[in-house]
Ligand binder design. Structure first.
Ligand code: ME8
Length: 635
């Protein structure tokens, strides 16, 4: 991205995906990362262009179509439509969707081929070698592992044919120099090193055609009707045809700020073919090649044959879109491989989203509404104890910007979550429920509630690129909705207007149980306690309560101290520590015997008792199938 004069510009692309298979989690990851970047820069005043699309020519597609018994074009139309329809469902905000069968793309590829041919960089020659159909390329013998393609693990075909070649070797020294002079051209560094290592060997010229006698599904060469263009030479050019190369204004503006996002599987075409092609065509090269690692599934490579392909929409339907987007960005360190499992996703959902974020939001909004009705209070003064919160909030925009610049999306999220937890701690220390009981505490209560509402606004602005729906809800509920909510609006504390309309909202992230199937224990015989009368039963005051904080009682493995909202905040102690971790309890709704005589357990006073049933050897808390009111009486 750049800040030239007054205009800040950002252009991001994903690979154009092959239409030989339906979209999976790998495609979703790259496209969600591109979307997070596009949203971030767009929100922050950059003129942004975001492009994705489909790669539709070549052997691979021709073969898949043949298997399906339809023409390559019909096949490409079908799968391309699946990709196009998926992206809005993942809240992807691409500005353009390119297909390599688009007429303007085809025209421009032919124009570039002619230009490079006229300049003398394409020649006719003979080629023989090992060809892998899966990779759509020839392999040298040294590149093969045990005589097989290292990626597809199949023996390549030996092919001999006359073809056109691009004089890639001519640009080897230039490319080495360019990569050396521009350390952030290919990043992270491990992939830059990979490309430089490859360039230590003499670069061969690139075969860029296929005879029509073998393959017709491609772009016909402008200088020889009997050949079609090699699919990579065609596909890479999408990045400039999509923004109107050569003469549209968008091309001039966006190309110098282009960011390609790819995974490690296609570093060579992007790091070597593409810059040399551009150089030969007299076009400046792209700005950054950003390379991420692979998602593996339960420790193995995702593949159709292993039957472990993960579909993005399945995960969205099961866990919600924002939880899925959050997980992708939080669990992968950009550049490294990561392991996908549903269990890991559920863990993130329950701890980071339901527990930390969801709980904070519902706690703040319900206190604000309870103490001040549906209008945000105004702050009066800043106490020493507010300064840490405000200081962190004001430092965050710069930290998050820096994280984006180095592709450290997980780092940005860690910093935001530290702030979420700091806000939770601020509430515990400020004790608004105590202030609310004293008339002289009213002013301070207003400041505390204002500060936590403002903290929610800061959090919402920061998470917007990652979780746009969630951010929108939080902004609406804190009365900070509408345009203009971006980094600049949170650089200085106090952007939330006193009097802004506050709403309680609904639970953001309901918790999800993830349990592997277990055998059910044998059923014990039923035996009742002695009978009681209705009057006797009605003496028990049962109430709905929400757990707002939980910690283990020191010195006990079983006892947990719970801070509950039962229409007022109070403390109870429960013997559930062997079955529940304190951090998993926060946000749960429970049933409490509210009028039980207070008792001291390990030095902590308990004002009530929660109800739980035994579930095999474990305990299961009694709860509700709809969210009740705190303190709601149970009849
Ligand atoms: O290579 N983990 O298309 P493609 C993470 N058409 N990302 C993954 C992944 C995984 N396990 N599997 C795939 C092509 N991806 C060419 C590109 S561009 C001019 C032409 C993502 O459908 C990742 O972005 O095989 C990877 O680079 C891309 O899908 C490959 O998609």
């Amino acid at each position: 991205m750049k800040e030239s004069g007054t205009e800040k510009v950002f252009y991001v692309t994903t690979p154009i995906y092959y239409v030989n298979a339906s979209p999976h989690i790998g495609h979703a990851y790259t496209t969600v990362v591109a979307d997070v970047m596009a949203r971030f820069y767009r929100n922050n005043g950059y003129r942004t262009f975001f492009m994705t699309g489909t790669d539709e020519h070549g052997d691979k597609i021709a073969e898949a179509a043949k298997k399906a018994g339809i023409t390559p074009k019909e096949y490409a139309d079908r799968i391309s439509a699946q990709f196009r329809a998926l992206w809005p469902q993942l809240n992807i905000t691409n500005d353009y969707f390119i297909r390599t069968t688009d007429e303007n793309h085809v025209r421009t590829v032919r124009h570039i081929l002619q230009k490079v041919y006229d300049a003398g960089d394409i020649y006719f020659g003979k080629y023989e070698g090992y060809y892998c159909v899966g990779c759509e390329r020839f392999y040298t013998e040294t590149e093969l592992v045990d005589g097989k393609c290292p990626d597809h693990k199949v023996a390549p075909e030996y092919r001999e044919e006359s073809n056109y070649f691009f004089r890639m070797s001519r640009y080897q020294d230039w490319l080495i120099g360019y990569i050396r002079d521009n350390p952030d051209f290919i990043r992270p560094e491990r992939y830059r090193n990979e490309v430089l290592a490859f360039l230590r060997e003499p670069l061969e010229d690139l075969c860029i055609s296929r005879p029509k006698s073998r393959l017709t599904w491609g772009i016909t060469l402008p200088f020889d009707e009997n050949y079609v263009t090699y699919v990579w030479f065609d596909a890479l050019i999408n990045y400039i045809t999509g923004i109107g190369f050569p003469d549209r204004e968008e091309f001039r503006v966006f190309w110098p700020e282009s960011n390609h996002l790819i995974a490690k599987d296609i570093v060579k075409p992007h790091g070597i073919f593409w810059p040399t092609m551009l150089k030969a065509a007299g076009v400046g090269t792209y700005r950054h090649l950003n390379v991420h690692g692979y998602w593996n599934i339960e420790q193995s490579k995702m593949s159709k044959s292993l039957g472990n392909v993960v579909r993005p929409l399945d995960l969205k339907d099961k866990y919600g879109l924002d939880a899925f987007r959050y997980f992708l960005l939080r669990d992968m360190v950009f550049g490294l491989d990561s392991n996908f499992s549903e269990e890991a996703l559920v863990q993130r959902l329950n701890s980071d989203l339901a527990n930390d974020l969801g709980n904070l939001v519902s706690r703040v909004l319900s206190m604000a509404v309870r103490y001040f009705g549906e209008k945000a209070p105004g702050p009066s003064g800043t106490a020493e104890s507010d300064r840490a919160l405000i200081g962190r909030a004001e430092a965050l925009p710069r930290e998050v910007e820096a994280a984006f610049q180095e592709l450290g999306f997980h780092k940005a999220l860690i910093a935001i979550w530290e702030f979420i937890n700091l806000t939770n701690k601020y509430i515990v220390e400020a004790e608004p429920w105590v202030l609310a009981k004293k008339p002289e505490g009213r002013e301070r209560l207003g400041t505390v509630i204002y500060n936590v509402l403002e903290a929610l606004r800061v959090i919402a602005v920061l998470i917007e690129p990652f979780m746009p729906d969630t951010a929108g809800k939080i902004l609406a509920w804190t009365g900070a909705g509408g345009a203009g909510q971006n980094l600049d609006s949170i650089r200085k504390w106090g952007g939330l207007k006193p009097g802004a309309p506050v709403k309680r909202g609904e639970a953001l992230f309901p918790r999800v149980e993830f349990k592997k199937e277990e055998e059910a224990p044998a059923r014990p015989a039923f035996k009742s306690k002695p009978e009681i009368t209705l009057d006797e039963f009605q003496k028990v005051d049962l109430r709905a309560a929400k757990i707002v904080a939980a910690e283990a009682v020191q010195g006990s493995s079983k006892l947990v101290k719970l801070r509950i909202d039962i229409g007022e905040e109070r403390t109870i102690v429960a013997g559930i520590g062997l079955d529940y971790k304190p951090e998993d309890l926060v946000g749960k709704w429970i049933v409490v015997v509210a009028n039980l005589k207070p008792a001291k357990l390990m030095g902590v006073e308990s004002k009530g008792m929660l109800l739980a049933a035994s579930a095999g050897r474990e305990l299961s808390l009694l709860s509700f199938d709809k969210e009740p009111e705190p303190g709601g009486s149970i009849k």
